[in-house]
Write a protein that binds this ligand. Structure first.
Ligand code: RB5
Length: 146
């Protein structure tokens, strides 16, 4: 049996609703969802949630990650501090596709105060359905990793 691709999700308080909507959508698409919260709208700190999701990937417990905060920016910065993580903010479907095809991003970040629900789900679909092209892009990704 082929193992399902495992998607880890996390957010801060600014993106609880959108994260849960994305989690349900991703699950319906047949992916395994690892939603590490938080579950309440109590104010919290995005770095710890971004880094917790990133750690799941570098530990081999998840394959890809989708993280969210108000803008997507802060949580993306935090996740990228974890060695081995390549994450970018995606506010459009072209970037969501290209960040996988050319940059082999293992996470994307979305701003819940930036994009609406419909666009967010399209961004997720574009990212998850794309594939890394390798070749010259692999050389460049290796240069990012240092
Ligand atoms: C929280 O108010 C907000 O600063 C956070 O969600 C995010 O936008 C930070 O980058």
């Amino acid at each position: 049996m082929t193992q399902k691709t495992r998607i880890v999700l996390s957010s801060d308080h600014a993106a609880i609703d959108l994260r849960q909507t994305i989690a349900a959508h991703v699950s319906e698409q047949g992916y395994e969802v690892i939603d590490i919260g938080p579950t309440t709208t109590e104010s919290t700190h995005y770095p710890k949630h971004g880094q917790a999701a990133a750690q799941k990937i570098v530990a081999g417990e998840a394959d890809l990650g989708i993280i969210l905060c108000g803008t997507g920016q802060g949580i993306m910065m935090a996740a990228n501090k974890v060695p081995g993580i390549r994450c970018g903010v995606c506010s459009d479907t072209f970037s969501a596709r290209m960040i996988r095809e050319h940059n082999d991003a293992n996470m994307i970040s979305i701003g819940a105060r930036v994009v609406g629900e419909g666009l967010a789900l399209d961004i997720v679909d574009a990212y998850l359905s794309a594939e890394f092209e390798g070749g010259r892009h692999a050389t460049r990704v290796e240069m990012i990793e240092g």
